[in-house]
Design a protein around this ligand. Structure first.
Ligand SMILES: [Zn+2]
Ligand SMILES: [Zn+2]
Length: 140
């Protein structure tokens, strides 16, 4: 009787990982290829043209910065040269930073984890010994 494979198979895991990576690379390659097929091989910012080997320097930028968002009509893609692409992301990063600092902090009091505590404490409070007002003025 052969024992079932209980321990992880490193070879199989490596193969799975390689497949996963290839899948990811393929997906990225495919949107790049689709973008290159759809759009003119010109940097959308500086207008430089790219052909042949230099086409590698032309990269796909996602207008909404969401690289999972790849509409088939190419409306979220922009071909940018490496330099302009870098610049575009720097701009986006700075904008995000400014927005983050300018935005007011989360309004306090929208979430009150102890909101129910008041109701729990009050009845006990009422049951507690009320201090007689008379004790305030010492009898002479
Ligand atoms: Zn450019
Ligand atoms: Zn980009």
């Amino acid at each position: 009787m052969s024992s079932p494979p209980t321990r992880p198979d490193p070879e199989k895991q490596a193969r799975l990982l390689a497949e996963l990576r290839r899948d990811q690379a393929l997906r990225q390659q495919s949107y790049r290829e689709r973008a290159l097929r759809l759009l003119p091989h010109v940097c959308a910012r500086c207008g430089r043209e790219f052909a042949g080997k230099r086409l590698r320097e032309l990269t796909v930028h996602h207008r909404d910065h969401d690289y999972h968002h790849n509409p088939p009509d190419g409306s979220n893609w922009e071909l940018l040269c490496l330099y302009c692409h870098d610049h575009e992301h720097e701009k986006f990063r700075l904008k995000g930073f400014h927005q983050a600092t300018a935005a007011p902090p989360q309004p306090p009091g929208t979430f009150q984890p102890f909101a129910g505590l008041d109701g729990l404490l009050k009845p006990q409070d009422a049951k507690g010994e009320p201090k007689p007002a008379a004790s305030e003025s010492a009898p002479d």
